[in-house]
Design a protein around this ligand. Structure first.
Ligand SMILES: Cc1ncc(COP(=O)(O)O)c(C=O)c1O
Length: 335
């Protein structure tokens, strides 16, 4: 099967670029020093490639991701880096065939985890992102509460998501260090042997954590590309040109095939004018490779934000050049 035969719109991953990204990260943060975040791709086959590069511990954002990873036999050490109160979902996590550790940041989440029979938790600490996470000073008390409730406290996590895009890099480093001062202090109060933090934007700025939770590095997106990281754009969403009326072209990749929260996706050698539900209207550069495009031709759109883009699709096509060499289900979708 060739790329030209794929029904569009469809996400396509370049196998060579993916493998290069996985190798680059595995060299920088080998084995358990990286805890790849599966929310970036929601695909157990891609997680298997990360395992083949030596990472056997994973981060998840939803119970569904944990259960899917467990069912795929990738459950050596799964961290649900998110808060859950739903008793049925927590019980399913407690029962599944995997080592599952759940983040807790309050009395409510700790009690819910203990009641559902969860064995292991980490204390989620707020290191500056106004989302989940307890105050650093409250982490020790919460850990005591968890231990009294029968939970094993493995350590702490703290996600500095507000710092991923800080530029220049020297300033990002200073801010990450300050955020990690908070996490290290919380760890002193909590104990345990896990200190988990970070993402693609900060993967090489951490020297005091046990593992970095990067996810986007595998496939990349146009937002992260702006940081000039050593990872290649492996993911595109491929579309078909359905109209070529004049100065502009129209392809069948709209905002229902692309997450738009990080701004407009891009098209190499063209300017994307605007996206509608099922269309992108774009103008090819006059002397570029798309200048002679006609109806029926394929076009590759680079998503601005990889995670929510892939969550819109059911399968990922793996390509080498123009040949489709594999199809991977995006099987961790849902909650
Ligand atoms: C808890 C947590 N850890 C890590 C990440 C890092 O992911 P990425 O590498 O895609 O920036 C995220 C992304 O939002 C996250 O929510």
């Amino acid at each position: 099967v060739q790329v030209t035969e794929i029904p569009t719109p469809a996400p396509v991953v370049d196998r060579v670029a993916l493998e290069a990204n996985l190798s680059t990260m595995a060299a920088a943060r080998p084995g358990a020093a990286l805890r790849p975040h599966v929310k970036a791709h929601k695909c157990t086959e891609l997680a298997r490639r990360q395992a083949a590069h030596g990472h056997l511990t994973f981060t998840c954002a939803t119970p569904r991701e944990v259960l899917g990873m467990a069912a795929a036999g990738l459950g050596d050490d799964l961290l649900l880096a998110n808060e859950v109160l739903d008793p049925a979902r927590l019980r399913a996590l407690a029962r599944c065939d995997a080592r599952v550790t759940v983040a807790v940041d309050s009395e409510a989440t700790t009690a819910a985890a203990a009641r559902a029979g969860i064995a292991e938790v980490v204390i989620d600490v707020n290191v500056g992102l106004p989302r989940c996470g307890c105050e650093p000073a409250a982490a020790g008390r919460l850990a005591d509460l968890a231990r009294r409730a029968g939970l094993t406290v493995r350590g702490v996590m703290g996600y500095e998501g507000h710092l991923m895009m800080v530029e220049p890099r020297t300033e990002r480093k200073v801010k990450v260090d300050a955020a990690m001062d908070l996490l290290v202090e919380a760890h002193r109060l909590v104990g345990g042997d896990v200190v988990s933090a970070g993402g693609t934007g900060t993967y090489d700025l951490h020297d005091r954590v046990t593992d970095v939770q990067a996810g986007s590095y595998a496939l990349m997106d146009s937002q992260y590309q702006r940081l000039g990281m050593p990872f290649r754009q492996a993911l595109t969403v491929i579309g078909t040109v359905i109209a070529a009326p004049g100065d502009w072209l129209v392809a069948d990749v709209g905002l229902k095939a692309l997450a738009m929260d990080h701004g407009n996706p891009t098209i190499t050698a063209a300017s994307a004018w605007f996206f509608s539900d099922e269309h992108v209207t774009f103008a090819p550069d006059a002397d570029g490779p798309l200048a002679a495009s006609r109806a029926g031709d394929r076009v590759r759109v680079v998503p601005a934000h990889v995670d929510p883009t892939l969550a819109l699709h059911e399968r990922l096509y793996v390509v080498e050049g123009d040949a489709v060499v594999d199809t991977w289900p995006i099987d961790l979708r849902g909650w």
